[in-house]
Write a protein that binds this ligand. Structure first.
Ligand code: PMP
Length: 294
């Protein structure tokens, strides 16, 4: 079923509209000039994991693009929760988005309305579940994550995904599941929709998020690892270093924790440390009342 024909409702500017009716005009600024920011969240057992952190990041991404989202954190949180109930899901993917409207069309759009919509659908696994503990294969992308002086690289902004889609398509054309993006300095950055970690001598190594998205899953995994007594080192990592890493995994809201078996010429063996973090993450995302009742 095409995405514009799914069932249910979409929350749009304060109202629930029928899924098929949630439409925009073709002269929408967000479409022409990528003046759009979004989030990706997951609900587990009826609760949206780290909802407030996601909503705060949405509002912050808007500010980085120079606009103020016309709803409070609590209003957006409530809209997400209400829509989850209305859609009748307990486990689902949540996609809030904000964009400049169609009141004027030109590079300058100071007075265009800031629109907000939320859609919720079922998106079980980002990568093929059959490959879960086998690990996925990544290529190295040709496009690089830009210098923060070239683009607002901290925002979860639609415009930054142009190079992600190009890189993912190029990797898929060669039979890979995803692409690893380096940054403008040649350092390892992230995948096209997830952050990356490596394992060496029982320690985790992950790039410092200074020109790519500081994922909420990334921060969760760092916290879980430290709770488990695993040292986490955030630093600049060059691609040649991959020859010395034993395990590697991606993490993100959609990808959760997904082991990697290959990145271009480098090989990894999904192992005990990756498994520990997959299990810890799976436990962490469960609703807190359910955990308390156990
Ligand atoms: N990097 C990119 C480019 C992403 O799209 C995502 C998914 N939102 C992530 C990292 C991971 O972020 P999070 O853990 O907050 O979902």
């Amino acid at each position: 079923v095409p995405f514009d024909q799914l069932d249910g409702h979409i929350w749009m500017n304060g109202e629930f509209v029928r899924w098929a009716d949630a439409k925009l005009h073709v002269l929408t600024h967000g479409l022409h000039y990528a003046s759009s920011v979004f989030e990706g969240e997951r609900a587990y057992g009826g609760e949206i994991f780290k909802l407030t952190e996601h909503t705060e990041r949405l509002i912050e991404s808007g500010r980085i693009l120079g606009f103020e989202i016309p709803y409070t954190v609590e209003e957006i949180n409530q809209a997400c929760r209400d829509l989850l109930v209305k859609q009748g899901f307990t486990d689902a993917y949540v996609r809030p988005i904000a964009w400049r409207g169609s009141e004027s069309l030109g590079v300058s759009a100071q007075n265009n309305r800031i629109n907000v919509a939320i859609a919720i659908w079922q998106w079980p696994s980002y990568f093929d579940p059959a490959t879960k503990m086998k690990g996925i294969r990544l290529d190295i992308a040709e496009y690089c994550r830009p210098d923060p002086r070239t683009a607002p690289s901290r925002a979860k902004a639609a415009g930054l995904y142009m190079i992600c889609t190009l890189s993912k398509h190029a990797a898929e054309a060669k039979g890979y599941a995803d692409a690893l993006m380096l940054d403008w300095r040649g350092q390892i950055a992230e995948a096209t929709g997830a952050n990356i970690f490596f394992v060496k001598d029982g320690k985790l190594h992950t790039p410092t998020p200074d020109c790519f998205l500081d994922g909420i899953t990334r921060r969760t995994v760092i916290g879980l690892a430290r709770d488990l007594g695993i040292e986490v080192i955030e630093r600049a990592i060059m691609p040649e270093e991959m020859a010395g890493f034993e395990e590697a995994f991606l993490c993100g809201t959609a990808a959760e924790v997904t082991p990697i078996s290959e990145i271009a010429q480098y090989r990894f063996t999904p192992g005990a440390l990756s498994k520990k973090l997959i299990d810890a993450y799976e436990a962490e995302v469960q609703p807190k009342q359910a955990q308390a009742a156990e």
